[in-house]
Design a protein around this ligand. Structure first.
Ligand code: SAM
Length: 181
């Protein structure tokens, strides 16, 4: 990821993000939520949080949270995510990147076209960043960049938390539509 100075860094995992992204991916029926962190120390923190809610007192207190976590896979690299999907699905995923900004060198995909394509063709991998977002070089590894989420009346500010961006993206792609139900 980038930090505020544009340097490449690893970011700290946020407890809230794990819970909220897990709930959103479970709600919208995604097969897997891959949480990627290269550092063993940070992975240990994540495993401890998951353990509390999947096995500890947390399971008894709130079993729904354990269910939300059931599709979470903790991995060390992006390459591992792609390899795992290929192993499970028999084909490499189509990768859709997300960012608050438009980046040159990667085709822009409209939400409407993406919603239409969701259930067609290869399995889809939606990639979200943390910190100040993913580097341009990394974003260009995707097949497409989903248009930055903005308000209808843009104030110029659109830097959402990753958990908000995930929820909005999943609702645009897979949410119930007014008049359809
Ligand atoms: N300034 C960063 C950027 O340009 O993407 C925002 C980083 S934000 C804390 C973490 C992640 O949430 C981003 O890497 C992206 O995946 C997602 N995100 C945040 N705002 C977004 C927006 N307006 N449109 C699409 N994705 C967004």
């Amino acid at each position: 990821m980038r930090n505020k100075r544009g340097e490449i860094v690893t970011t700290a995992v946020t407890n809230l993000d794990i819970h909220d992204v897990a709930r959103a991916t479970r709600t919208y029926g995604l097969k897997r939520y891959f949480l990627v962190h290269p550092l063993e120390e940070m992975q240990r923190v994540v495993r401890r949080i998951l353990g509390h809610w999947q096995e500890g007192g947390g399971l008894e207190y709130n079993p729904l949270r354990a269910e939300a976590f059931s599709r979470l896979a903790l991995v060390g690299t992006y390459e591992e995510v792609v390899a795992r999907i290929e192993a499970e699905e028999g084909v490499k995923p189509e990768v859709w990147m997300t960012s608050a900004r438009v980046v040159e060198g990667i085709p822009l995909l409209s939400w409407e076209a993406a919603r239409h394509d969701c259930e067609r063709g290869r399995p889809k991998l939606l990639v979200f960043g943390t910190g100040w977002g993913m580097t341009d070089e990394f974003l260009r590894q995707g097949n497409a960049l989903l248009g930055p989420i903005r308000a209808a009346d843009p104030s110029g500010f659109n830097h959402l938390s990753v958990r908000s961006a995930v929820a909005i993206a999943l609702d645009r792609l897979l949410g119930e539509q007014e008049g359809r139900n």
